[in-house]
Design a protein around this ligand. Structure first.
Ligand SMILES: Cc1cc2nc3c(=O)[nH]c(=O)nc-3n(C[C@H](O)[C@H](O)[C@H](O)COP(=O)(O)OP(=O)(O)OC[C@H]3O[C@@H](n4cnc5c(N)ncnc54)[C@H](O)[C@@H]3O)c2cc1C
Length: 413
């Protein structure tokens, strides 16, 4: 039975966003209760980390745990275009000679369990198999939650701040009708797992490979995990992938036939899991905070997974919100203005990643672009590693626009 005095903060959801925020708030000595509806370890998609997660993981005291984990080390990302041509790998270490340039390909059931254990070690009271049914409001102010325990009992708990980290369940987005979809990125995905697929050796073993479909209709991800498992998924326009198509297995096979690079890598492999599918790509909430409440991670917004930015954004928003909350608690201010103080700059950073995603779908060819604008290699790598929150990066998008025109003219000539 859950029986504790009112906490300062209630966090809904024990994914990367929720565990980040709760750990950082508890580190400052505040009482945090976290409610997670599942029993961990539980399955989750989102396996490829990017280097800038390092700085949040460092604050969480997670780095040593990751260094001691079986997760495959990731040093680079590589692209295969629709003609099957492989780009040179973007080695993150060539860009920044720092430990942060090596990251990991994680099995999320194990990574999220480590993060939840870590939250508990920092003093968070985390409850599994407890589903939050509703966020309670008095006027415009969030004051608590109603939740259901494993044995079906419904109860309420109050707190100064409610953090919604419920992922794509988006409890508060739905309750307050805050969702804004992104019509330019209306994509879907089908994915599964293979054993015995082709693997590179050495520092290339853990490279994420993005392979374009013939006709540029979408792309496959290829993410090597430990225990000889590879995560493979196809992303394309929702209508293309799901309307008038047969079952997921048939669609996946048909798209593999349009991507010889992935087919070749899977030639000797055995499928070891079912097919998963999702839509709901790319949305955000109209606002990140209100009086007494904050949204973080996918519960605030989600961006197409092309550059594996989801966990970074979950960690980053969790950290920014935690800092705003602890500052607010210290001065007795849990207003919308205080709790959402990070939103503006965060959205600018998230939008930089979105622009790079859109550029890919609008046929940005990284190789050709860099031959014309070699001085932008550093900026592009900054974006790919998730170092999104600096204004100097904006010049690259001006150059991408100019390059698109130049490239189109050259193609016509
Ligand atoms: C196809 C696809 C591929 C992706 N690939 C990548 C990738 O390679 N790299 C990457 O970084 N990201 C990737 N992502 C994104 C990544 O999965 C998410 O961005 C990330 O998991 C967000 O973390 P979160 O903590 O916000 O939400 P989640 O990880 O979804 O955690 C939310 C938690 O809240 C719990 N919850 C929900 N509702 C309730 C409730 N009512 N009460 C209590 N608990 C509740 C859930 O059980 C869950 O554990 C991908 C996403 C998709 C769809």
């Amino acid at each position: 039975m859950i029986n504790s005095a009112n906490p300062h903060v209630i966090v809904i959801g024990g994914g990367p966003a929720g565990t980040t925020a709760s750990t950082l708030i508890a580190q400052q000595g505040y009482r945090v209760e976290l409610f997670e509806r599942e029993k961990f370890p539980r399955y989750h998609i989102g396996e490829s980390l990017i280097p800038e997660t390092y700085w949040v993981l460092e604050r969480l005291n997670m780095l040593e745990k990751l260094r001691n984990s079986p997760f495959i080390k990731k040093y680079s990302v590589q692209f295969v275009n629709d003609n099957g041509k492989l780009s040179a790998p973007f080695y993150f270490t060539q860009h920044k000679d720092h430990e942060s340039s090596q990251t990991w390909q994680v099995l999320r059931s194990e990574f999220d369990q480590l993060m939840l254990n870590n939250a508990r070690e920092h003093g968070v009271t985390a409850h599994e198999e407890v589903r939050v049914l509703d966020v309670l409001f008095e006027g415009d102010r969030a004051v608590g939650v109603q939740y259901m325990t494993k044995d079906g009992q419904t109860r309420e708990m109050r707190a100064d701040v409610i953090v919604d980290a419920s992922g794509q369940s988006s409890l508060l987005i739905n309750k307050l009708k805050l969702k804004v979809a992104d019509p330019d990125l209306n994509k879907g995905s089908i994915w599964t797992y293979f054993k015995g697929a082709a693997r590179e050796q050495g520092i290339d073993e853990g490279a994420t490979i993005i392979m374009q479909l013939e006709g540029k209709k979408g792309w496959f991800w290829y993410i090597p995990l430990h225990n000889d498992i590879v995560s493979v998924g196809v992303v394309s326009d929702f209508d293309y992938l799901f309307k008038g198509r047969a079952d997921h297995a048939t669609t996946f096979q048909e798209e593999m036939d349009r991507c010889p690079a992935v087919k070749q890598k899977l030639a000797q492999a055995e499928q070891v899991d079912r097919f998963y599918a999702t839509r709901d790509f790319t949305y955000k909430a109209r606002q990140a905070a209100g009086d007494g409440w904050v949204l973080i991670g996918d519960a605030f917004g989600f961006l197409d997974p092309l550059y594996s930015s989801g966990v970074l954004l979950a960690l980053k928003s969790g950290q920014l919100a935690a800092d705003a909350i602890t500052e607010g608690l210290a001065k007795g201010d849990t207003s919308k203005a205080q709790l959402g103080i990070w939103e503006h700059d965060y959205l600018i950073g998230m939008d930089r990643m979105r622009k790079l995603v859109c550029a890919y779908y609008e046929n940005l060819n990284f190789g050709r672009f860099m031959r014309s604008y070699p001085h932008h290699k550093g900026d592009l790598t900054d974006l790919l590693i998730g170092d999104l929150f600096k204004d100097s990066l904006d010049n690259v998008f001006t150059s991408i626009e100019a390059w698109k025109t130049e490239d189109a003219e050259q193609m016509m000539a």
